[in-house]
Design a binder for this molecule. Structure first.
Ligand SMILES: Cc1cc2nc3c(=O)[nH]c(=O)nc-3n(C[C@H](O)[C@H](O)[C@H](O)COP(=O)(O)OP(=O)(O)OC[C@H]3O[C@@H](n4cnc5c(N)ncnc54)[C@H](O)[C@@H]3O)c2cc1C
Length: 429
């Protein structure tokens, strides 16, 4: 039994980044080597900036290397265009929905452009209802999704069952530009592309202080220091105590993943036959995909208790056997975990902490395509090609969430209620 990420086991190896051990200067310092930091750095360098990127461990160490690898050109299931407009106003909502609509093609376009070997399959992303009522809600969203430019197509129940091989699901949405990747391999590929574009990337370099330095900023690591007029924080949920106002603006939520034993060919042919990943509308989402080496990958939340990894291994194996008929007894051969940066409205934030010190954070559980695409815009913005007023997200001061650390336990604690309601709806409506 292995405890560790499947992605680590099957990603092409990467040359480890060396730590910063000297004093360097740049136009911009990016803190964090996830998709957001890597994409921002890559695009800023392509726009002509001299960029330094500092990462506590190695690229993809955070959520970016640990996620399910779904490339989802859509926001969370509960966030239809009407909800986004209510939260952001018509102008920013329109921009965000358009950005999200194109985000699948952005990811697969970058993968093709930089020749990133990450098991990329752009065969669509499926969102079925888990109940008849959920199916109707999704159906009601279709016109606004199409209006926002999302390449969404309605799949009635028969079509959805044929596409997934899962007879318990209802009709729902297919977004053709979605798909799946090995996320750690993608992060490593983005890091290579950024280095080739001139970004100076440093690993094993946790930033310990961000201080004023005249009109600019001084960023300290254990063994080095970097100076620049601008600093971009892309630390997501792993920020620790570095900038308390930034940490308090998100709710960290721990998510677990398992990968099963390699499945027999007959099951691989029957289940998700065209390799499009699926995530349904349950409160505790049921998400499923194939790995390139023939394993099923799924996961979710686990009650806060000692031994959560061992619990996750059992819980998600059982859940798979319950929700997917005809599988052999599931063994979780890989189990791993990562932390999402959540926000109360499930929308990402772009924040000005102080002049020259900005942060993008809170891509929730929909960050693969969204972070990459926001990073492209942020790179252009850092280079002065996009103005503050033209940004997709409003540039706001940090808005701390009261008791944000404790709030992170909310989904875990409410989990039994969610599970019960999800099962009731799936069976009886
Ligand atoms: C288990 C799981 C499954 C998910 N599944 C999906 C999915 O299928 N599809 C999807 O779209 N989204 C998914 N997500 C969400 C998605 O992974 C994230 O939204 C996205 O990866 C966030 O990217 P990021 O660059 O903002 O942050 P991260 O990838 O977390 O990167 C932040 C980086 O900052 C570094 N850092 C932090 N503090 C410092 C410091 N002081 N100095 C230097 N570096 C620092 C960290 O080490 C880390 O590498 C999932 C998330 C999890 C946890």
């Amino acid at each position: 039994m292995q405890v560790g990420s499947l992605w680590e086991a099957i990603a092409p190896p990467a040359e480890p980044l060396v730590p910063l051990r000297e004093a360097v200067k740049a136009d911009v310092i990016v803190v964090g080597g996830g998709f957001l930091g890597l994409s921002s750095a890559l695009h800023a360098a392509e726009a002509g900036l001299d960029v330094v990127l500092l990462e506590t461990h190695q690229p993809g160490f955070g959520a970016s290397g640990r996620n399910t690898g779904f490339v989802v050109p859509s926001l969370k299931a509960s966030l239809g265009p009407a909800e986004v407009t209510q939260a952001l106003g018509a102008d920013h909502a329109g921009r965000l929905l358009r950005l999200v609509a194109g985000s699948g093609n952005t990811v697969f376009g970058l993968i093709a452009k930089h020749g990133i070997d990450c098991g990329a399959v752009q065969n669509g992303w499926l969102q079925p209802g888990h109940s008849q009522e959920a199916e109707q809600t999704l159906y009601g969203r279709m016109p606004r999704l199409l209006e926002a430019g999302v390449d969404a197509a309605w799949q009635d129940r028969g079509a959805m069952i044929a596409r997934t091989g899962l007879p318990t699901l209802y009709g729902g949405i297919r977004i053709a530009s979605g798909g799946q990747i090995n996320p750690l391999a993608y992060a490593r590929g983005l890091a290579r592309a950024a280095a080739a574009a001139g970004v100076r990337l440093y690993g094993e370099s946790p930033v310990t202080a961000v201080e004023r330095d005249g009109n600019g900023w001084r960023v300290r690591t254990a063994a080095g220091v970097a100076r620049a007029p601008r600093v971009l924080m892309t630390t997501n949920a792993l920020i620790g105590d570095l900038l308390p106002q930034l940490r308090a603006s998100i709710i960290p939520a721990r998510v677990f993943q398992i990968a099963t034993q390699v499945m027999p060919a007959a099951i691989r042919d029957r289940l998700l036959p065209d390799r499009a990943p699926v995530a349904d509308t349950r409160r505790h989402t049921f998400a499923l995909r194939w790995s390139p080496d023939g394993r099923l990958v799924t996961g979710g939340l686990v009650l806060p208790a000692p031994g959560r990894m061992a619990l996750a291994r059992k819980v998600f194996a059982r859940r798979l056997n319950r929700l997917v008929p005809g599988l052999p007894e599931i063994r979780s051969e890989y189990t791993w975990t990562g932390v999402i940066a959540g926000t109360l409205d499930f929308l990402p934030r772009m924040m000005r902490l102080e002049p020259g010190l900005d942060a993008v954070i809170g891509c929730n559980g929909r960050g693969v395509a969204l972070t990459t695409t926001l990073g492209r815009e942020v790179g252009s913005w850092l280079a002065g090609r996009v103005t503050d007023a033209e940004l997709t997200l409003p540039l706001t001061p940090p808005r701390p969430i009261p008791f944000s650390r404790i709030a992170g336990l909310g989904p875990d604690i409410i989990l039994p209620v969610w599970n019960a309601r999800d099962s009731y709806e799936a069976r009886f409506r």
